[in-house]
Ligand binder design. Sequence first.
Ligand code: SF4
Ligand code: F3S
Length: 205
Amino acid sequence: TQAPDLAVRWNCKAGKCGSCSAEINGKPRLMCKARVRDYTDGEAPIVVHPLKTFPLVKDLVTDVSWNFRVKQGIQRFQPRPKQADGTWRMSQRDADRVQEFRKCIECYLCQDVCHVLRDHGKHDEFIGPRFFVYAANLEMNPIDVEDRVPALKDAHGIGYCNITKCCTKVCPEQIHITDNAIIPLKERVVDRYFDPLTRLLRVFK
Ligand code: SF4
Ligand code: F3S
């Protein structure tokens, strides 16, 4: 009622569309899930800033289109041939493992808080935690046959992540970004490129 011309992006108001991300009293949050009453005791005034990691459009609206371009650069789902009965099957355990990653609402709070993007501006060399979650969802799907490990090591810059876990702390979907997505992907890169035994076996192939 006090600033009818304030630019702010929102859609569902239920914490599911990922549109209303901002920094409230310095912490990345979804505005629709932040209650004024949670801040009134000793935290006045409440200060709301736009996401710092992306270019400002106006007021609380930032241009997050860099994320859309990054997503386009990740190798697509590539299914293996169907089984004889015309279906694909996967174990419940494998289904549960990737299901966690599919909860992502693309709010980009994790991208906003990761120091590699926020403080070091490595947008050209590092895809950020959101897209390691996306890559993990594809890479850990047993039906998928695409190999994303070389790109994770080089173009996607997974080595820049030094496991600070700031991304995990701000995820509104409580995805274990670091432990369940990034670390297993890092292990795949290490196994492929830096494990001495694997390197030795490659020489004798
Ligand atoms: Fe948002 Fe979590 Fe998805 Fe990151 S992983 S974009 S914090 S929902
Ligand atoms: Fe950044 Fe998360 Fe790694 S905040 S440094 S991607 S653990």
